[in-house]
Design a protein around this ligand. Sequence first.
Ligand code: 13P
Length: 283
Amino acid sequence: MPLVTTKEMLTRAQAGHYAVGAFNVENLEMVMAVVQAAEESRAPVILQTTPSTVKYAGLDYYLAMVQTAAARASVPVAMHLDHGDSFDLAMQALRTGYTSIMIDGSHHSFQENINLTRRVVDACAPSNIPVEAELGKVGGKEDDLEGGDGNPFTDPQQAAEFVQETQVDSLAVAIGTAHGLYKGVPKLDFERLSAIRQLVTIPLVLHGASGVPDEAVQESIRRGICKVNFATELRIAFSNGVKQYLAEDPDVFDPKKYSKVGRANVVALVKEKIALCGSANQA
Ligand code: 13P
């Protein structure tokens, strides 16, 4: 079916107390794998690209791949700009045909974040394209954006004010997750998440879910998370498949042979994450 926006997907997830998995894709095989996993799980799904991924091949290339995968599928698929780092990139994604946009103003001051987010919300409104924003700083390094350590978590009162001022559709919160691999076991601030949920009614988003224990992801969903982002674990699954094939058959020269193993690894992983999010059979 044609691409859908994340608006209805996340509203339904919120009402049904589950989360939609949002998976970062880097190449054709990962696009195919994520949509295949969603189709086999009968789950709505979000595919997303960061600015550095967009730099690698272009918004139009990724959109065309995801549109093709969605057209062959019967489950709802949305195409999301992850961590849009400027008004211009957000507008390029909108014009290209992305069906969901994140503007990440979390590295700016509170007021500047509000202003930037509001501009993007206003620009996307005529096309009914929903916007995700971030308040507080998710740690670690996502793309070229350095979250850093010890950054402030999302303040519940500020979150309420931010949503009121920007009219944004969904909000990424900082409650102790980080992008990339964790050194120890991450400890999430669930009380803070519940406090945010009490004051903010729009869908909440969890970034940095790779390496977060399953129980912690589930507890976050119980407390109001409606979209969970996974990137690093998919990259590892794909690369491990390729490495394993090349180690066993170093003379192989057909990319289809080793890419297929990477793709199969991503299908298996994404199915697990969909089950974890509770979105299987929700399409
Ligand atoms: P991970 O790489 O930790 O899975 O984070 C993904 C993410 O939040 C993308 O925005």
